[in-house]
Design a binder for this molecule. Structure first.
Ligand SMILES: [Fe+2]
Ligand SMILES: [Fe+2]
Length: 335
């Protein structure tokens, strides 16, 4: 099945899912602040009580977190500030817009495709909601691209995945990698003063939403693992291993895409790692950027119940690499 990019409807893809009803009209400052606070903080009241990962209680906890931290913003009422020429050029020339739009397009379909295979209604609903939110990210990006006239290559048709679990794992782990770096880059962009505060504010809910997504994903992986028998578990771990290999290969490669005239464009899959120079005038070392990513990662997750599992691979790898990076940077400075 092929899905044209305009035709996406989570409700028709996932049985039993009803999309949220969003408030109409423009929200006032107090409403926005309340939604912002709700989306960042969630804890179950019985602090101190241990939970068994993989249990029904664990599942209910992650699904409730996901539902109760939902931020009901509407892409159509977002404000797009007028940019001066330099800021407009800075934004339109970032090499990320095609890949960002297409990544959201793929993510929504892959998440919905996997959600419809899940028999548990609560988990199915949470993953369907995640797919709906990816579609909303895509709408936010589309509005921005339209508003600032950012040229995009034609969007491809999205293929329904043959193996929805594989596709969901690729999307989930990919979000864990990209969000970790995006949190740091977003902070660097925020502090640089090169982008209007209103624009940063518009993307802030999207950033925090990605944090909720990878929080849900990390807990889904643990819950799913714990409910497999030994043979299913071996097959699953083999799949996870292959997903990481696939993502590693993908990130070593520069994706190429064609525009309407058939010219080849290079899309940087590693923008999150080496894009700092595009969002700040400060001379930021790799070690400083990585340290910023770690701090931002901790800050964004800090408001959620400590018993919910966090994605650990990227923070662990970066914590291990940081002393090495600092050592080489010190040596370079000493020369
Ligand atoms: Fe997204
Ligand atoms: Fe996401």
């Amino acid at each position: 099945m092929t899905l044209q990019h305009e035709a996406f409807d989570t409700e028709s893809l996932v049985p039993g899912y009803h999309e949220p009803v969003l408030p109409t009209g423009e929200p006032d400052e107090a409403t926005i602040a309340a939604s912002e606070a709700r989306t960042r903080h969630w804890s179950r009241k019985d602090q101190g009580k241990r939970i068994k990962y993989g249990s029904d209680e664990h599942k209910q906890m992650m699904c409730r977190m996901f539902e109760e931290t939902f931020n009901p913003y509407r892409p159509s009422v977002l404000k797009w500030p007028t940019l001066d020429e330099a800021a407009l050029h800075r934004i339109t020339s970032l090499p990320i817009w095609d890949i960002a739009v297409q990544t959201e397009g793929k993510a929504r379909l892959r998440m919905a495709a996997y959600a419809r295979t899940i028999t548990d209604p609560e988990m199915r609903n949470a993953l369907a909601q995640n797919a709906w939110e990816e579609n909303r990210h895509k709408e936010v990006l589309s509005k921005m691209v339209q508003h600032y006239n950012i040229p995009l290559v034609p969007e491809p048709a999205y293929e329904y995945p043959k193996d929805p679990e594989w596709a969901y794992l690729v999307t989930g782990y990919s979000e864990c990698i990209d969000s970790f770096f995006a949190f740091g880059l977003f902070k660097v962009a925020h502090d640089s003063g090169l982008f209007p505060a209103e624009l940063i504010d518009t993307f802030e809910p999207v950033m925090q939403e990605e944090c909720r997504h990878i929080l849900l994903f990390a807990n889904w992986v643990a819950w799913h693992r714990a409910n497999l028998n030994i043979f299913q578990r071996i097959a699953f771990e083999w799949k996870v291993f292959r997903v990481w290999c696939f993502l590693g290969m993908e990130r070593m490669d520069l994706a190429k895409s064609l525009d309407a005239e058939g010219n080849e464009h290079q899309q940087d899959n590693n923008f999150t790692v080496n894009g700092a120079q595009s969002v700040t005038e400060q001379d930021l070392s790799v070690a400083e950027l990585m340290a910023c990513c770690l701090r931002e990662n901790d800050r964004r997750f800090a408001g959620y119940d400590q018993r919910l599992l966090r994605p650990t691979t990227m923070p662990f790898m970066v914590k291990c690499a940081l002393p090495v990076l600092k050592f080489f940077e010190r040596r370079k400075k000493a020369k």
